[in-house]
Design a protein around this ligand. Structure first.
Ligand code: TLP
Length: 369
């Protein structure tokens, strides 16, 4: 490592860490901590926690659904949706780059006993229409019956891409034509809504159930909501209990969730602007491969381009950036993910760009292993 690089990175690293690994790293706001301290609570398994009841009503209202249930995590919210919609062994159709397919511990297979039909995901977060059209089975005695279609909005692995209501309707159409339900993993539903300038209910209207996270860009410490029809949510409560997700005086957590929904949604636009600024800055750093025009919300992916134009190994860049005080996730697919969120300012983005530029020089100079 050159001494000038060390001096520069050393100076930068002495500042606070800029954590772009995920929007899950957000901390609750002061107002949330205060509300948590003062939250009125009761036993939620008896339906007696007034703060949870308020949060569930608010979530139902924001998504335009009849009812909603508070769950500990996005993963559990999706698992409950899959179990509630499907009979055991029903096939579930989902994108091959979706969170439910890649990062939920194979829940569909382990919990539902369901085969999964992965449909190719396109770079814009939608699914291959031709393949989707032929993914719904059950007429033939040899086939498992399809029970559900899952969509994801915003699409994490596609770099936070947004699916509009019209796009959701189009993707849902083949399932609808067979009378099948559609679930949306809307972990970042409000990022989608803010990016499109529409109420979240407009997007949720295209699906039967939607899961969204309070604990990501909305900054609550814990929790997700699953919303749908009243009868669906009644059954979902039973499934939540089955999975051990029936919580007691969790109004302490719901109090933060209420503020997440009432005070933290509009500011997501700031995260989107910061992600764009980061993407545009990265595009100006020689050797970094990124398409800033595809950055629509708070997630961006980028890679390294070697002198021969081929993709380079990103691991040294992730390491060098980390020693400069900027954390991001190194993807197993040769891409780096950076996520903006509450607590990351425009100034942090400028500092991160300086660190990435220096780290890029360092990474490019590193001997090939
Ligand atoms: N995503 C996390 C990791 O699990 C990858 C992240 O850092 O982005 N759906 C989507 C689209 C998600 O991105 C996530 C979390 C979940 C569901 C699961 O939520 P949690 O972590 O609350 O179980």
């Amino acid at each position: 490592m050159s001494s000038s690089y060390e001096a520069r990175i050393g100076a930068l690293a002495s500042g606070p860490t800029i954590d772009l690994r995920s929007d899950t790293v957000t901390h609750p706001t002061e107002a949330m901590r205060e509300a948590m301290y003062r939250a009125e609570v009761g036993d939620d398994v008896y339906g007696e926690d007034p703060t949870i009841n308020r949060l569930e009503e608010l979530a139902a209202e924001k998504t335009g659904k009849e009812a909603a249930v508070f769950v500990p995590s996005g993963t559990m919210g999706n698992a409950i949706a899959l179990l509630t919609h499907c009979r055991r062994g029903d096939e579930i159709v989902m994108g091959d780059r979706s969170h439910t397919y890649l990062y939920e511990v194979g829940g569909a297979a382990r919990l539902n006993g369901s085969p999964v039909r992965p449909v190719p995901t396109l770079p814009d977060g939608t699914l291959d229409r031709a393949r989707l059209a032929h993914s719904f089975l059950g007429d033939d005695i040899h086939e498992a019956r399809t029970g559900l279609l899952c969509l994801e909005n915003t699409h994490n692995m596609c770099g936070g891409r947004v699916l509009s209501a019209a796009t959701l309707r189009e993707l849902a159409a083949p399932a609808r034509a067979r009378g099948l339900p559609v679930h949306m993993d809307g972990a970042r539903l409000f990022n989608a809504a803010v990016a499109l300038g529409v109420p979240a209910s407009e997007l949720a209207a295209e699906v039967d159930s939607v899961q969204f996270c309070l604990s990501k860009g909305l900054s609550a410490p814990v929790g997700s909501m699953l919303a749908g029809s009243r009868s669906f949510i009644e059954e979902a409560r039973r499934v939540r209990k089955l999975l051990g997700g029936g919580m007691r005086q969790a109004g302490i957590l719901a109090a933060a969730g209420i503020l997440a929904l009432t005070e933290m949604v509009e500011r997501l636009a700031e995260d989107h602007a910061n992600a764009k600024k980061l993407a545009e800055g990265l595009a100006n750093i020689p050797g970094i491969a990124i398409e800033p025009e595809t950055v629509e919300t708070n997630i961006l992916f980028f890679g390294m381009r070697g002198a021969d134009g081929q993709p380079g190994d990103v691991a040294p860049l992730v390491t060098a950036a980390a020693s400069g005080g900027v954390l991001c996730s190194g993807g197993d697919d040769g891409r780096i993910r950076a996520v903006t969120h509450y607590g990351i300012s425009a100034g942090d983005i400028e500092r991160a760009l300086t660190v990435f530029a220096a780290a890029m020089k360092e990474a490019a100079a590193a001997p090939v292993a």
